[in-house]
Design a protein around this ligand. Structure first.
Ligand SMILES: Cc1cc2nc3c(=O)[nH]c(=O)nc-3n(C[C@H](O)[C@H](O)[C@H](O)COP(=O)(O)OP(=O)(O)OC[C@H]3O[C@@H](n4cnc5c(N)ncnc54)[C@H](O)[C@@H]3O)c2cc1C
Length: 387
């Protein structure tokens, strides 16, 4: 593994950083507080090609991989703009459609995802199933050539901004109780699809929703892929990109918080001539958090490199570890930064406590730290499954 980025990746990093800093955390917070979305940033990122970096050139993208998309996620977060929808729309939905969609689905959706004019969000979580995807209760039934979808989904991000939801359902014949998923592209204005916004304690311009699907009628070509057999591989194909990009967002958020706090502690003086950062009780926690963030970044780079090399199984282990490490590091970094800033840490102006909810959620979603530890215990350490 090469620890250096290519010159093109370096340029991408610099360019995204410049864009992110032009908007900055105060823009992100203002949008969140007014109940608006980061539409301007999203569209500009799309026009500049950053949202489609991982989408093939023939569908309007940049032809890169998850390494490039992780750079975009990390640098926007490092500028104070952690955009969760980067994880669902270009990382999950674009990967699933590119790898397992029909040619018609690729042509219809990928150019819009690449330029930011279209968003596709992702719905797998259900109230009764939670972390146990084998219990999914959303059912797809055949009705002539059409499909009828019924079920409930929860915590689904960005439904109010998207044109489609990529819904994970089960086909009706999966009566054995074994997971036999099928993915459907459901227009967000489809009759029978209702949503209600959840009140979340996260300061974010992106919202979470409960979704109710009541016999939502879909044409045959709403099924992702040529046949029902595409379902399971399609579902799994979204997991590694999801873990890697959400980890990158966490690492970027951690970098942002540490940078804000270090700048403050290096200049703040309350004991004569010395800065508060000269006291190891202040500096060491920040240094410790910086080490954790950097370790997470290394694992993210490894996971993205393995994924882009087509080594999916190894990328699965590294991606899960990267997500775990980055989730913990981001939460530690933001909490440490708040402490180092003292009272200023709790103000909106200093822009650190504004991220507490988001980094806390990052230890739960899109996959919880416990489920990652289960994965590592079973697949790396060879332990039996307890559930
Ligand atoms: C901000 C946010 C955005 C989200 N966006 C989306 C989205 O866009 N699309 C989507 O589909 N979902 C989304 N989710 C849902 C998210 O993926 C789930 O919350 C997550 O997978 C956990 O499921 P749950 O909340 O049902 O928890 P549960 O499954 O009810 O688990 C509760 C707790 O028990 C632990 N636990 C459960 N089983 C085990 C076990 N076997 N061993 C050890 N511990 C266990 C969990 O780790 C967790 O700590 C989002 C959630 C949040 C908070």
């Amino acid at each position: 593994m090469n620890v250096d980025l290519t010159p093109e990746q370096d340029q991408l990093r610099d360019a995204v950083r410049t864009l992110g800093r032009r908007y900055g955390h105060s823009y992100f917070v203002a949008k969140a507080k007014s109940g608006e979305h980061t539409t301007e940033l999203w569209h500009e990122a799309g026009q500049l090609g950053y949202l489609g970096v991982n989408i093939p050139i023939e569908y309007g993208g940049g032809g890169g991989g998850i390494t490039e998309l992780a750079i975009v996620c990390e640098e926007l977060a490092a500028a104070g703009c952690p955009l969760l929808l980067l994880v669902v729309s270009p990382a999950i939905a674009a990967t699933v459609l590119n790898k397992h969609g029909t040619e018609e689905q690729r042509k219809r959706h990928l150019p819009g995802l690449a330029d930011g004019s279209q968003k596709i969000v992702f719905a797998i979580t259900e109230p009764e199933a939670g972390s146990n995807f084998h219990r999914l209760g959303t059912v797809a039934r055949r009705d002539g050539d059409d499909w009828l979808l019924s079920g409930r989904k929860c915590y689904i991000s960005g439904v109010d901004e998207a044109q489609h939801v990529l819904v994970v359902a089960r086909t009706e014949d999966a009566s054995t109780g074994r997971l036999k998923p099928a993915l459907f592209l459901v227009p967000t204005d489809a009759p029978g699809l209702e949503r209600s916004k959840l009140n979340m304690e996260i300061l974010s311009p992106e919202n979470q929703f409960l979704l109710y699907l009541d016999d939502v009628r879909l044409p045959a070509d709403a099924l992702v892929g040529e046949s029902l057999e595409a379902g399971l591989p399609a579902l799994f194909s979204g997991l590694n990109p999801e873990r890697i990009t959400v980890a990158a967002m966490g690492a970027g958020t951690g970098r942002y918080a540490i940078e804000r706090a270090s700048a403050y502690t290096a200049t703040r003086k309350v004991w004569g001539g010395r800065s508060i950062g000269s006291h190891q009780g202040v500096a060491h926690p920040l240094a410790h958090a910086a080490v954790q963030v950097e370790l997470a970044r290394l694992m993210i780079h490894k996971a993205a490199t393995l994924y882009d090399a087509g080594r999916d199984l190894e990328a699965g282990v590294a991606g899960n570890m990267a997500k775990y490490a980055a989730g913990e590091a981001a939460a530690l970094a933001v909490d440490t930064a708040v402490q180092a800033l003292g009272g200023a840490g709790m103000t909106t102006e200093y822009g650190v406590a504004t991220l507490l909810g988001a980094v806390r959620a990052g230890r739960i979603a899109p996959v919880s730290r416990e489920m990652i530890l289960n994965f590592v215990a079973q697949h790396v350490l060879g332990q039996d499954k307890s559930y």
